[in-house]
Design a protein around this ligand. Structure first.
Ligand SMILES: [Zn+2]
Length: 196
């Protein structure tokens, strides 16, 4: 009889030991796992900036303001597009907040008259929303940091690019910095003869 009793208590304590160990292990895993608790640290959400209309008007040229803040569109095949086509390797930043949006790695010639990219270079800095300004649904492309209008994105047009998407962007609201001079604060100082 005492032997039976002993084995009962023995089994009970073993069971308790396993329970405590298991609980501790789960607790430690949950504490350290990137899936739990750390979520906010893993997702890079850009911090938005907000300015008054007056502040934007002061900072931007009339044409930049019309496009970036009022969802305007630049003239196709204009000077800006000509400059864009001549630009070599480099990065495109938002004219409103200087956030990186696109790069020459995603640039392609769609022959549409506006700067075209098949993807943003920093996905988290570019957001989209649907607009009906022309009477039908189009996907508007916006800067995720200053909420500025950049252009539209079209997909499935048959372009031979990795995404078959055409980010049709107004060059007026992009600031280009060539790779060799990305530390420059004002790309417009670069002489035209530097273009490839
Ligand atoms: Zn911006």
């Amino acid at each position: 009889m005492p032997e039976v009793k002993k084995s009962f208590w023995g089994r009970l304590s073993s069971f308790m030991f396993i329970c405590v160990s298991l609980f501790s292990a789960i607790y430690l895993w949950a504490k350290q796992s990137p899936l739990v608790g750390d979520k906010n640290e893993k997702i890079e959400t850009p911090t938005m900036i907000e300015k008054t209309e007056e502040e934007w008007k002061e900072q931007l040229t009339a044409e930049q303001y019309r496009i970036l803040r009022k969802a305007g569109t630049e003239r196709p095949n204009g000077t800006v597009y000509k400059e864009f086509k001549e630009q070599g390797a480099g990065v495109y930043f938002c004219i409103g907040c200087d956030t990186e949006l696109f790069s020459s790695n995603e640039k392609f010639d769609s022959h549409c008259g506006w700067p075209s990219f098949f993807d943003p270079s920093k996905v988290e800095n570019v957001k989209t929303s649907v607009d009906h300004l022309l009477g039908y649904a189009r996907t508007e492309v916006l800067c995720a940091v200053c909420d500025g209008h950049l252009g539209h994105v079209f997909s499935g047009e048959g372009f031979d690019t990795p995404t078959d998407k055409r980010y049709c962007i107004n060059g007026t609201v992009l600031r280009f910095r060539p790779h060799s001079r990305t530390s420059d604060t004002n790309a417009s100082n670069i002489p035209a003869s530097d273009a490839p």
